[in-house]
Design a protein around this ligand. Sequence first.
Ligand code: ADP
Length: 442
Amino acid sequence: MFKKILIANRGEIALRILRACRELNIKTVTIHSEADESAMHVKMADESICVGPPPAQSSYLNIPAIITTATLTNVDAIHPGYGFLSENQRFAEIIEEHQIKFIGPQSQHIKMMGNKIEAKKIMSENNIPTVPGLNDLSDKNKIDSFIEKVGLPLIVKAASGGGGKGMRVISEKKEIIKSIESAKIESKKSFNDDTVYLEKYLINPKHIEIQILADSYKNVISLGERDCSIQRKHQKLIEESPSTILLEKNRNAISNLCTNAVRSIGYEGVGTLEFLFQDNKFYFMEMNTRLQVEHPVTEMVTDIDLVKQQILSASGEKLTIKQEDVKIKGHAIECRINAEDPISFIPSPGKITQYHQPGGLGVRVDSAVYQGYIVPSHYDSMIGKLITYADTRTECLAKMRRALEEYVIMGINTNLQLHQKILKSDEFIEGKYDINYMTKFD
Ligand code: ADP
């Protein structure tokens, strides 16, 4: 087992990993930027090293500084969290070159799934249904026959995309060339790769994803699904597990396909296969090769600590949980708490002058902020996650409404009230919402 782990991240996820390490009796090293001197992940770690100035490019993405820190502090492994370098194939490779274990899949799997065109191809070969798409956009005739086959609307997406960037919905044929060109420009700028592809745009699907867990001996299990359809501009806002519309036989069928596919490529660690779900059919979109922001809802309904399992698997331990041991029990919901203006959604950094977080049975807060903390302007605006768990969905919603009312964050703007509105809306209460739900708040 590892003796010391470097956590190459910040905020709530750095703390989440730190907690798992402490329970496993593993020492922790965190990195931080000059803007994060007083952050919780710095205060709570056994050691913390400043790796650069505030911009992420100079600190949390500064590979040479992170590797130097890892070498100097003599760690056995690096946990990348999510975002930042978590899906950077080169980072994973460099770490391994330094005889340090990357807590995640092998770099070849990051590369394989990092290209969404390639990922769809592999999944399709493994009998997983994918969203109908066209990859070769150089020939106008091919585009025309694709439209004839699947109809409009379409969506143009970046092969290396993430975070909802490089996507354009196309409703009319005459927009196609322009949309492809602008998606290419955005994709080149954001991902240094201008490969884009077309997909049929599904009108009212849910976003449902399957969580898998694998060791390095080809033991793979599925931990059920998360419904992440409450999104704004393709960014998730609320997630829940289980989904309100998935029948057990559908869950088992898609889980089997996912575990088989993951086993066939020799994938290890945690991973998520993202699908659109419409008219009782699944359509694979992409696979995320890292821990997800929304992993807590899965932890609550399965009672499995995903971060600990991820660390155990990376250290070479065999998975001791069998598929038949996985029981989805109760219901969990997560609200992402963002520091942002509730109307314009513009980030709202600044000092938290008053802070009180909710508690009680079935309430979990994964956050790294505190009273007096200054939310820096340099990073993502998500400052925490509020998760509730109960036996039934109705009780879970009641708990979430109660917890949101109790949550006090003063000094900055947050989306707490927006969550309250959503939690009171009939569509959400009935569980019938799809990915378009948030457009009514635009
Ligand atoms: P990213 O990696 O940038 O997050 P995804 O491929 O995961 O991109 O898609 C993000 C979201 O965009 C999905 O959850 C869904 O809401 C929407 N989306 C993507 N592809 C389609 C599609 N073919 N039809 C309808 N919505 C889509």
